[in-house]
Design a protein around this ligand. Structure first.
Ligand code: 8YV
Length: 314
């Protein structure tokens, strides 16, 4: 009898095929009446396969008495109710490392695209403005500027490494100075980090503790010439304060891959011309997503073979 798994979100065919071959997958995301669906499969389900942004709620966890393990397709597990997992002895796995460099690449690309006005430049060519209006307006330099990295974990480190290639003056904030940071400046206080930055990268793992760590004070310290780049989770920024700052000009600009309530976003974002909007795709390359899918499956297989989890969270 194959192990039965609750599948919270869709996966690409190259993952769905092997998952369906190895396990009995219950496609929760396709069910119309989710509550009823959970009740029907509750007696059999021993694992949850989910995505970073979807996670698993306490209600879901507690509806499945045979649940043993939750495998997250993503490095971020903030959407999994870890307290509920602890209460019920549920193991949790994620997909770190395999996505780090792609996420860092996209963050740096977002900085460049936004600072150099490349989206507007594309329209300038396509809509004929280049011939009718002439030269494209000048934009802001990136190289040699001051960068702040909030959260020097795996992703923050790769961002900083890339920024060093742009001769940027790099500082970072974290719970403590990191011995693997070369000559980058440690600045414990996020407000001070923002004050000394032209570009502020938000790269920390989201948790209850980091919620709105980028608050109004941090945003104002970054200032009218500053740019905030978020490739982590929306909850790390006070989105209301961010919107107001972008609208009033107390913050220069932003480049965002994540939003409160995504994929629906606050319509105020759509009115702004000083923000770059990306659809949460920093890990979205064929190579990384294939590696993430394999790691998600390998963790499930390891668990049900009684072997150590490859990338355990809990
Ligand atoms: C998503 C992510 O998991 O890794 C994370 O934490 O947010 C992303 O990689 C991805 O969209 C797949 O759901």
């Amino acid at each position: 009898e194959p192990v039965e798994i609750l599948q919270v979100g869709p996966y690409p065919d190259w993952d769905q095929g092997p998952l369906d071959a190895a396990f009995k997958m219950h496609r929760y995301f396709e069910a119309d009446d989710k509550e009823n669906y959970l009740k029907q499969v509750a007696g059999q389900v021993r694992a949850i396969a989910t995505r970073g942004e979807l996670g698993a709620t306490r209600a879901m966890i507690e509806a499945l008495p045979k649940l043993e393990v939750i495998s997250v397709y993503g490095v971020g597990y903030d959407a999994v109710d870890l307290a509920a997992c602890r209460d019920h002895g549920i193991r949790v796995t994620n997909t770190p490392d395999v996505l780090t460099k792609d996420v860092a690449d996209l963050g740096v690309a977002m900085m460049l695209v936004q600072s150099r006005g490349m989206i507007g430049a594309e329209s300038w060519v396509r809509d004929g403005s280049w011939s009718s209006k002439g030269l494209y307006p000048l934009k802001k330099r990136v190289f040699g500027k001051r960068a702040g990295v909030l959260g020097l974990g795996r992703i923050g480190f790769e961002v900083a490494k890339r920024l060093a290639g742009f001769d940027m003056d790099i500082a970072y904030s974290d719970v403590a100075a990191k011995d693997y940071a070369p000559d980058w400046t440690f600045e414990a206080d996020p407000i001070e980090l923002a004050r000394r930055s032209d570009f502020l990268f938000v790269t920390l793992a989201a948790s209850v503790q980091t919620r709105h760590i980028v608050n109004r004070d941090v945003i104002e310290a970054l200032g009218p010439e500053g740019m905030a780049i978020n490739i982590s989770r929306a909850s790390n920024i006070d989105e209301e304060a961010l919107l107001t700052a972008l609208e009033t000009g107390t913050l220069g600009s932003a480049a965002l891959d994540v939003f409160e309530g995504e994929p629906a976003l606050n319509p105020r974002f759509l009115e702004l011309d000083n923000v770059l909007l990306q659809p949460h795709h920093a890990s979205g390359t064929f190579e990384t997503r294939q590696a993430m899918g394999k790691l998600l499956r390998d963790n499930l297989t390891a668990h049900f073979n009684g072997e150590p989890l490859l990338t355990p969270v809990l």
